[in-house]
Design a protein around this ligand. Structure first.
Ligand code: SF4
Ligand code: SF4
Length: 181
């Protein structure tokens, strides 16, 4: 999948629509703590060692081993220990304007300046002038997750997951679908 990065000032809003595209197209890199937690809870076979990195295992079709389809939505089975790489996608928070458009990508968090871009392959992006909510809440939350200041997600995850997750799990259990948290 070709990556094209858009500076945040060209984005009106972002909301994950649970299309699952990102969980099928990319490999997820794990840090050591994330790897340990996943191995303890799900077993070592859910991860794969690369040359110098550890990844989440992918199925033969390329999808993440924790991705589940429910109706026409794709849900993450690692909701409560989601790797940081997944929490940040499709945004990149950088200290240098790596993808150009330095003015449009600049974002101030306190006195610190970052450069924020989004991968245009994400289906949840709406291009345009940033809404107040996107600029002051969504991008801020992504920056805080990138800095390690926060880990819980509110604006940066699918609202579908936040609102309906419990009922989705009940349905999956009722259908004897194996879905372990
Ligand atoms: S982050 Fe984007 S690509 Fe990934 S599931 Fe959500 S809308 Fe789809
Ligand atoms: S851990 Fe969840 S969010 Fe990350 S790639 Fe897998 S299914 Fe997608």
């Amino acid at each position: 999948m070709k990556m094209l990065f858009v500076p945040w000032k060209y984005i009106a809003n972002w909301e994950c629509i649970a299309c699952g595209k990102c969980c099928k197209a990319y490999s997820v890199v794990l840090n050591f703590q994330e790897w340990l937690r996943i191995v303890k809870n799900y077993g070592v076979d859910k991860t794969v060692a690369g040359l110098d990195k550890i990844f989440l295992k992918r199925r033969s079709d390329g999808s993440c081993i924790f991705l589940s389809k429910f109706s026409d939505l794709y849900l993450c089975g690692l909701q409560y220990m989601k790797p940081k790489a997944c929490k940040l996608w499709p945004f990149k928070i950088l200290s240098k304007p790596k993808y150009g458009y330095a003015k449009e990508a600049a974002y101030y968090y306190g006195k610190n300046k970052f450069y924020v871009y989004a991968d245009s392959n994400c289906s949840g992006l709406t291009l345009g002038r940033p809404s107040w909510e996107f600029a002051n809440q969504t991008v801020k939350e992504f920056v805080e997750i990138a800095l390690g200041i926060r880990s819980e997600q509110y604006k940066t995850t699918s609202k579908i997951a936040l609102i309906d997750y419990a009922s989705v799990l009940r349905d999956l259990k009722a259908r004897r679908y194996h879905f372990r948290l």
